[in-house]
Design a protein around this ligand. Structure first.
Ligand SMILES: *Cc1c(COP(=O)(O)O)cnc(C)c1O
Length: 848
């Protein structure tokens, strides 16, 4: 901790140096704005309380104090932000532009304190003001501007880009309502709106002056201009204004502070007035509402496509604002438009922003007057595309007529891209009609549609999957024809997570213990965790390690009690599955295991089993009936198991409501066992698996996504593997999967399923789970029953392993020690070297 002098002493030191009263005052004011000592932080909080909020301690509420502290922290970040912008503009540097429809950021305050390196000082400062820092941190409402893994990845990447001192800007949408809040009533999910902005957002700065017009709908006029060039003029039905809201993203213990620029949609002023003057007040008000609706709400579907018009409008809206902004930045640097790709490398986070490829062409052709081939050369050297899914239902397709009604000019451009592309490839695929059909950007059928993944592949210079297995499957399945055409475009970039939020911030005790053994270099260089390996057999270290785990479990047990009323035993094994609720993630396979253990106890009440607490958390898309039934099933089984006296508290089932980043930070550190049990070939990567293993949980999992690489790193003896491989899944499906056979031939499985369907867990109501049972017995795409026996046997091995406390402790330590690869710093390093070709640009403060 920096030693701080009381203000009176600082004053006299400055006076001794010959500064006059005015100069002394200036230094003190500046110091309170940006200083990092306890004394200046205290002063800054008081100043902000007074000057920003107009409050004084006696009347200040908790939120007033939270705001005052947040502004004090923001002042310090702004100083670094301005220095970063200056630095980037001084010399020419290629800037990474990350386009993502989602950012699942999590609360800012504590993370910023850690990255600024003033957590302890702030704790002391608030304490001296008579308030607790934790109490303020808990006050923050997180911006839930994402659904799950994809949005969280974008947030981890922004953290790593800044930490690696890479010039970067993240673009997205400032949804007024983020992902819904989940409540559980009578075992069912109930959704409530997420009004995260209601108390204001101290972390953003509205840039009213920074706005762009975005056209929507309407029609085209074709004509030949004076130079004899054929032109399309887009007459829009509506013009929307996008206003920039900037959130500074500070790196860990560096000055680099990048920008997350989120667009809010508004009605253009001129429009309002025109209609109003014409006397059509209703029309004006209506148009205003239509405009504002664009950035109103995040679509809550994860891994499913939702062909709604508003969603396409949202995607186009933020992409258009972002590209106009980038072009402005590029041109203001005195560069030529045709060199755009030397200023920006633009990453598409899935196909949600893929319309950027058509929009870039439109801007270059229609607004900047480039010819087609020059425009295409710029465009196809600018974009890189990350694929996130192999699920066919998640691959974005837009109905052609709907697309045309929103973006008539873009449809025309996509047709032309497609025409030129197919001309080129017809030769290369020897006119094979099947291949041409599969490569075409336009899908044929009863209704034509646009294939966004194909647009992304054709218009990007690089294409990547998010785990080794996923990339291989992409090459073999959904993108196989593109891989045959452009093998050099493809690479793998295994996902990662930031250790700052997911270890330092969420697990401070473990952080302290690790650093006491190997120093704190691992926070920036996660490979250094391997230094822990030599302590894996050390009994003292094992004890300290498991003591931290127990303390984290006690904390979670307290939260569970508060939130759900369920008593859980912190000494029991915490068996945790937290992620979006989805059939492919197979939370229902997990619950079948719970029922199986329950039945074993009922049949033999004295049976010796390791006591377990099963923790589930996750949201289901509001329209996803089976996922919502899965939540109901978890809660129904919990009601029976938790209250059956025969169980004698050996099993507890908890559904922790409203899974979000804030709750995830409390749950991951408490896990003994991490459930990563998706059907092989369905989970592109997963990142929850990484966060849990880093925090010392052992994984039970299939060979899916990044599980494969986690197992390679931690060692197969420290990983509980079960289930079919992706190849076996594909084979069984092609041969015809017969779930009924598995059901009939497995007594434990049959009993569990019969209980669910007969109403054993639902007050004898045999209708509640009918749809779920029917799907599992007759047309389950996710092969639950095929993996059931293997899963149960593997869980029996987990039971045995957990009894050997010494061995478990060693395995847990080795899991953490060997997770160095899964830092998002490593992922970002790879993107920088292989795809973006950018280097770090250290930022100095005040030119020092
Ligand atoms: C990490 C994370 C996810 C992704 O979890 P998976 O287990 O990889 O699906 C989803 N939601 C939140 C809040 C997360 O922190």
């Amino acid at each position: 901790m920096k030693k701080s002098l009381p203000l009176s002493d600082i004053k006299s030191v400055l006076e001794d140096r010959g500064l006059d009263q005015n100069e002394v005052q200036n230094v003190l004011v500046e110091d309170a704005r940006t200083g990092l000592t306890v004394e200046t932080l205290k002063k800054a909080i008081q100043n902000n309380l007074f000057y920003v909020q107009g409050k004084y301690p006696e009347i200040a509420t908790r939120n007033d104090y939270y705001m005052a502290l947040a502004y004090a922290v923001r002042d310090r970040i702004l100083q670094r932000w301005v220095a970063s912008v200056k630095q980037y503009l001084q010399e020419k540097h290629r800037i990474v532009s990350y386009l993502s429809a989602e950012y699942l950021l999590g609360p800012h305050l504590a993370n910023n304190l850690i990255n600024l390196g003033i957590y302890k000082e702030t704790e002391q400062a608030t304490k001296e003001l008579g308030i607790s820092l934790d109490w303020l941190i808990e006050k923050e409402v997180e911006p839930g501007l994402g659904n799950g893994g994809l949005g969280r990845l974008a947030a981890c990447y922004m953290d790593s880009l800044a930490t690696l001192e890479v010039p970067a800007i993240g673009y997205g949408i400032r949804y007024q309502f983020g992902i819904f809040e989940q409540d559980i009533r009578d075992g069912w999910q109930v959704e409530d709106t997420d009004n995260w902005l209601r108390r204001g957002n101290p972390w953003e700065i509205a840039r009213r002056e920074l706005s762009y017009d975005v056209k929507l709908g309407g029609y085209l006029q074709h004509y030949t201009d004076r130079d004899g060039k054929f032109r399309s003029k887009w007459i829009p039905e509506l013009t929307v204004k996008g206003v920039a809201y900037d959130t500074p993203i500070l790196g860990y213990k560096v000055n680099t502070t990048n920008t997350l620029r989120l667009w809010k949609s508004e009605a253009p002023r001129s429009f309002d007035f025109q209609s109003f003057n014409a006397g059509d007040y209703n029309f004006a008000v209506n148009q205003k509402i239509v405009c504002e609706n664009l950035s109103k709400v995040l679509y809550p579907n994860d891994e499913t496509l939702n062909g709604k018009k508003l969603r396409l409008q949202q995607q186009y809206f933020f992409v258009s604002c972002s590209l106009q902004d980038m072009i402005g930045i590029h041109l203001r640097q005195g560069e030529k438009i045709e060199d755009f790709q030397s200023t920006f490398s633009v990453q598409l986070n899935d196909t949600h922003p893929a319309v950027a490829i058509a929009e870039m062409m439109r801007l270059l052709l229609d607004e900047h007057d480039l010819d087609w081939s020059t425009a295409w050369r710029v465009t196809s050297r600018t974009f890189a595309y990350t694929n996130h899914t192999l699920l066919p239902e998640a691959l974005e397709k837009w109905d052609l007529e709907l697309f045309q009604s929103v973006l008539p000019r873009h449809l025309e451009i996509i047709y032309e891209i497609n025409r030129r592309f197919l001309d080129e490839v017809t030769v290369r695929v020897y006119g094979d009609p099947e291949k041409i059909r599969s490569l075409s950007l336009i899908g044929e059928g009863p209704r034509k549609y646009i294939k966004m993944a194909n647009l992304a592949c054709v218009g990007s210079y690089a294409i990547n999957g998010v785990a080794a297995l996923h990339t291989e499957l992409l090459k073999k399945t959904v993108l196989k024809d593109f891989y045959a055409l452009y093998p050099e475009k493809f690479s793998n970039k295994t996902n990662g997570v930031t250790p700052r939020r997911w270890m330092v911030l969420s697990n401070p005790k473990l952080t302290e213990l690790i650093s006491s053994k190997i120093g704190d270099g691992w926070i920036k260089h996660l490979e250094e965790l391997s230094g822990l390996e030599k302590f894996a057999d050390d009994p003292d270290f094992q004890k300290q390690w498991m003591d931290v785990k127990l303390e984290m479990k006690k904390n979670l047990a307290r939260k569970i009690k508060n939130r759900t009323g369920i008593d859980v035993n912190p000494e029991s094994m915490f068996d945790i599955q937290v992620k979006r609720i989805h059939e492919y993630k197979r939370q229902h396979l997990n619950i079948l295991h719970v029922i199986t253990l329950y039945n074993r106890i009922k049949q033999n009440p004295e049976i010796d089993i390791v006591p377990r607490t099963f923790v589930f958390a996750g949201k289901a898309a509001p329209g996803y009936k089976l996922a919502k039934l899965m939540i109901k099933l978890i809660n129904s089984v919990g009601d029976i198991v938790n209250n059956d006296p025969d169980v004698k508290d050996r099993l507890k089932v908890v559904f922790y409501p409203n899974y979000n980043v804030t709750n995830a930070q409390k749950i991951y550190p408490a896990a003994d066992l991490s459930e990563q049990i998706s059907t092989a070939g369905k989970e592109a990567s997963g990142t929850g698996n990484m966060k849990l293993s880093m925090n010392g949980a052992l994984t039970i999992g299939t060979l899916d996504g990044a599980n494969v690489e986690i197992r390679e790193c931690v060692g197969e003896e420290n990983f509980f593997l079960f289930g079919l491989t992706a190849e076996e899944v594909a084979r069984i499906k092609s041969e015809g999967y017969n779930p009924y056979g598995y059901y009939q031939n497995n007594a434990e499985l049959k009993l569990a399923m019969d209980q669910i369907s007969s109403g054993y867990f639902s007050h004898l109501d045999d209708t509640v789970f009918k749809d779920l049972v029917k799907s599992l017995l007759y047309d389950d795409q996710f092969l639950l029953f095929a993996d059931y026996q293997s899963y149960i046997e593997c869980q029996d091995k987990v039971d045995v392993a957990y009894r050997d406390k010494v061995k478990w402790a060693k395995m847990s330590i080795l899991n953490t020690a060997r997770m160095g690869k899964f830092s998002s710093d490593r992922s970002i390093q790879e993107y920088c070297e292989d795809i973006w070709k950018v280097k770090s640009v250290p930022v100095s403060l005040n030119g020092n």
